[in-house]
Design a protein around this ligand. Structure first.
Ligand SMILES: [Zn+2]
Length: 568
């Protein structure tokens, strides 16, 4: 692409729809796609991805907003959100700070985003517009149909984006079988009718489960398996699942009512899901089996179900805290059982194994979807679901997104239409005559700090990583003619003992004195040159000893410095 921005290019080329994939291709998470048509850009979903374990103190990764804005050449016209999972809304609060555009969003996701803004103490009055399945929103040079799809969270929609004659169906996350009667199934006839109004240019499709044969079952199939394992409890049943999966939580409540058990919810995420469900009037009589902390103490152990976070072995999860005796009023003991009603997200095997090991140590039985597959079902379309939707849409092109490259490839192979391969950073221009990749950008990321929740640049994150990985040395003090007073502090460096550290200090001090002599002779004795060379000297010596290069900060004042303003 030339120096021209995407918004400008699309303005000058009204005969094509532009698609800019910011995240979600070749990775788990950060689903964010921008569609541009006739000079207007629309952000479909604004997800984050979770940090890698080596990213110290980082919770999540989000796109580099300034870079995306530079590529766009302006701000987007609106956000269009398909549903409320973190990998679809997690970056939205940060994007809104820079791009306060209207947000078109379902009621469930809206509650979650508003809560996130609250946590960030962001009280800006952003323009949230609640949308529901069946709504049609007319925006500048873009018309959007919100089409109901089942998923593992309520109020999930696919979007039919119409930029003039260019119609793109963006599936978002979906499957076909709903959790009846609470969640309708995908209405394939309605989809055919929507698609039949005019040719569909492309289907941009969820690839997560493209490799799974058949149709993804309904949430309903978990009912008998969960009922069976809950019914046989001899002690407390601790049940953990994804906290945003209201259907699963509701299923547990229904099972508890049927078996005459009580449910105590332990964990912010799950409590929040049930509160939102109450506010949106989505819970019925099944809510009667919920008990609070006091109520839970009055229930016989075998009749108590504790819903808690921790299905991925998370460090501060409710389940972990209970198992490690950190919760006074809730004890897990021999004869209890823990049900992991979830899949294992790749990378979380180790912390989960640790939790299960703790259960075994305490004589608590564990039940997971590995040996009891019926206790969990996915929210993502299997191959036959994907084929049914492709068949109904008869789109000119299939564009797999949302998944690893293997998943994208598998999804592409399911289609009997031309497949367009896209990857993060790619800008593709589409119309019925063809497809053109007009740019491939190397995209940067920002990293969200785990406590302040503020985003930081790659350089800051790298600095933090370096300090954590290799340690930190700080030099401070002053030099005044023959008096050289330099203190050294070391953080996170593997000295054998204090004597070892003092020996190193003496060695470094000798080197620094030599450095002072050398610089004085060179007539370049000023604050900057001394501290710069002191930093390099200390780093070299420490890395000779420890192999790794630590971060060294040198702040030594020179009272004989003659350079302007640098002596004090
Ligand atoms: Zn989702």
């Amino acid at each position: 692409m030339t120096a021209k921005s995407l918004i400008e290019i699309s303005r000058k080329d009204p005969n094509r729809m532009y698609m800019f994939v910011v995240g979600g291709c070749g990775e788990f998470g950060m689903n964010l796609t921008i569609y541009a048509h006739k000079g207007y850009a629309y952000v479909v979903d604004a997800g984050l991805s979770f940090a890698e374990t080596y990213e110290i103190g980082i919770d999540a990764r989000i796109p580099d907003i300034a870079q995306i804005e530079a590529i766009l050449g302006g701000k987007p016209t609106a956000f269009l959100i398909t549903h409320g999972h973190e990998d679809h809304i997690g970056a939205l609060p940060y994007l809104l700070e820079h791009w306060p555009a209207p947000v078109y969003i379902g009621p469930w996701a809206m509650e979650l985003v508003k809560e996130k803004l609250n946590q960030l103490k962001n009280r800006e009055p952003y323009a949230f517009h609640e949308v529901r399945a069946g709504d049609i929103i007319n925006l500048p040079e873009m018309r959007v149909h919100w089409f109901h799809v089942p998923h593992s969270i309520p109020f999930c929609c696919s979007l039919m984006l119409e930029g003039g004659e260019h119609r793109v169906f963006h599936t978002g996350d979906f499957k076909m079988n709903g959790f009846l009667p609470y969640e309708k199934s995908l209405d394939i006839e309605a989809l055919k009718t929507l698609a039949g109004k005019a040719p569909v240019l492309a289907v941009v499709s969820d690839s997560t489960n493209a490799h799974s044969p058949g149709h993804c079952p309904s949430e309903l199939i978990t009912r008998p398996a969960l009922t069976e394992v809950v019914a046989r409890a001899q002690g407390v049943t601790f049940l953990t699942t994804f906290s945003s999966n209201l259907w699963r939580l509701q299923n547990i409540l229904l099972i508890a009512c049927e078996l005459g058990k009580k449910v105590f919810v332990f964990g912010t995420g799950m409590r929040r899901s049930l509160e939102i469900a109450q506010r949106l009037k989505m819970l019925g009589a099944e809510a009667a089996c919920l008990v609070d902390e006091d109520g839970s103490k009055r229930v016989e152990r075998k009749d108590l179900i504790v819903l808690c976070s921790g299905c991925q072995g998370e460090h501060k999860s409710g389940l972990k805290r209970i198992l490690f005796d950190e919760i006074q009023f809730m004890e897990a003991r021999e004869g209890d059982q823990v049900i992991f009603s979830s899949r294992v997200i790749p990378g979380n095997e180790k912390p989960l194994a640790k939790l299960m090991s703790m259960c075994a140590f305490k004589g608590i039985s564990t039940i997971s979807a590995r040996e009891f597959p019926g206790i969990h079902v996915s929210g993502h379309a299997y191959s036959e679901d994907l084929k049914s939707v492709m068949e109904a849409l008869q789109a000119r092109y299939t564009i797999p997104v949302h998944g690893t490259f293997q998943q994208l490839n598998t999804n592409g192979e399911l289609s009997n239409k031309p497949t367009v391969d896209v990857m993060n950073g790619q800008i593709t221009a589409l119309n019925a005559d063809g497809v053109e990749v007009i740019a491939q950008h190397e995209l940067h990321l920002q990293f969200v700090d785990s406590f302040s929740r503020r985003p930081m640049s790659y350089d800051t994150m790298r600095e933090r990583h370096k300090i954590g990985d290799s340690g930190l040395a700080i030099l401070s003090g002053f030099i005044e003619s023959e008096q050289i007073e330099i203190d050294m502090d070391f953080v996170g460096m593997p000295f054998d003992n204090d004597t070892d550290m003092e020996r190193m200090k003496a060695k470094l001090m000798a080197e620094l004195k030599g450095l002072v002599r050398n610089i004085r002779n060179s007539n370049d004795f000023n604050y900057e040159s001394f501290n710069d060379r002191a930093r390099l000297t200390v780093r070299r010596t420490l890395s000779d000893r420890f192999i790794k290069k630590p971060v060294v900060i040198s702040r030594v004042t020179l009272f004989e410095d003659t350079h302007d303003g640098l002596a004090d």
